[in-house]
Design a protein around this ligand. Structure first.
Ligand code: AMP
Ligand code: MG
Length: 354
């Protein structure tokens, strides 16, 4: 099976195309669609068979639960119980938008969708195509990121085609996404509410709504004193095929270290890629470096990170050295994904004279 690719307008989606896409989902099929964060792979969240197909298409372990996407607030009440006051506050402040809440589920949501858990992850996205599709599909669309499990999430329809073009029914192409990193996930079944995955909404922003929200202590980057090379949490995710190492430290020392490592690797016959900010890109050999975006405009880094990781694969690179991007708001989320892509491989640049 080859997916049909249908171009749609991002701002003003064509109802007829979306009706067709919705019909595919109602009948148990799978449609990839844009959201403001990344492209999602949508199936009917209330149909256990559709959820099974999502896991199979992605090659995702079936105990890793899916996010259920809704297109109006009433739908939240239909699939959750014991809605805490905090959830209402977050919904009011952040929805529609890049926030996912974990809540207790009703029996209407099958265990296949939630990986057997009695909680459900719910998101009300803001992208007009996502909203119209959810409506046309019956109101509850389970959608993980539309990549093959373990690969960088797709931020364009071409990325989806690369990974899933032969295993799903349709891809709605509305151009590149706006944010580029997955939603912030907040668990509201725990006390205090806990951020399980950082995203566009940072800890600081969420604390202005819920003062006692905390970062999951299980996230290694939640503790700045915890050395990222600490054992544990060694899994890779969002990962390019090449071995990726993040170089931390003073900016000029980082540039020096990446340049000398790259030379050493090239001398050993390895194909090297360098991921840098716009601010330092001209200090690396032009044929090796990809500029991910500007530190002064952090949204550009978030938007292009996954595309850069995929581009290194397309170039057939063996090793990648990346600068770190600790930007003020989205730095948490950017570094969370970059660390996972690197399998937590981090080295520290030493300045001459240290
Ligand atoms: P993705 O679908 O690729 O955006 O990933 C969804 C993320 O949400 C995964 O990391 C899941 O483990 C997480 N998730 C979904 N549902 C739940 C839940 N009920 N409890 C905890 N985490 C969840
Ligand atoms: Mg994913």
């Amino acid at each position: 099976m080859s997916a049909e690719v249908v171009k749609v307008s991002a701002d003003n989606p064509q109802r007829e195309s979306l009706q067709r896409a919705g019909e595919i989902i109602r009948r148990g099929g799978l449609v990839a669609f844009p959201t403001e964060t990344v492209y999602g792979l949508g199936g009917n969240a209330l149909d256990p068979e559709a959820s099974r197909r999502i896991y199979a298409a992605k090659g995702r372990p079936s105990d890793n639960p899916l996010i259920v996407h809704i297109a109006d607030i009433k739908s939240l009440e239909a699939i959750t119980v014991e809605l805490p006051e905090e959830a209402r506050k977050l919904a009011k402040a952040c929805w529609p938008g890049p926030l996912t809440m974990i809540l207790k589920k009703t029996p209407q949501v099958p265990p296949e969708t939630t990986g057997g858990l009695d909680s459900v992850a719910v998101r009300f996205p803001s992208h007009p195509v996502a909203l119209m599709l959810i409506e046309e599909a019956g109101g509850f669309v389970a959608a993980p990121s539309a990549n093959a499990s373990g690969r960088p999430s797709p931020t364009t329809a071409a990325h989806v085609w690369e990974d899933l073009g032969q295993s799903i029914d349709m891809i709605l192409d509305a151009g590149p996404v706006q944010i580029g990193l997955e939603s912030t996930i907040v668990d509201l079944t725990s006390d205090p509410p806990t951020i399980l995955r950082p995203g566009y909404y940072s800890l600081g922003m969420l604390r202005s709504i819920l003062p006692d929200v905390r970062m999951d202590p299980g996230l290694p980057e939640s503790d700045p004193l915890l050395h990222p090379k600490a054992p544990g949490m060694k899994y890779r995710h969002y990962a390019p095929r090449a071995e990726l190492t993040i170089i931390e430290g003073d900016r000029s020392a980082v540039v020096q270290t990446i340049r000398s490592r790259s030379e050493q690797m090239a001398a050993r016959g390895k194909k090297v890629g360098i991921l840098s900010s716009q601010e330092t890109a001209d200090q690396y050999p032009a044929g090796l470096v990809l500029c991910v975006g500007s530190l002064a405009r952090e949204e550009t880094i978030a938007r292009q990170l996954y595309d850069c990781l995929r581009s290194f694969d397309a170039r057939g690179v063996d090793v990648i050295y990346s600068e770190s991007f600790h930007t003020p708001l989205m730095g948490e989320a950017i570094m969370n994904r970059l660390l996972k892509a690197a399998g937590h491989r981090v080295d520290y640049a030493v300045s001459p004279g240290d």
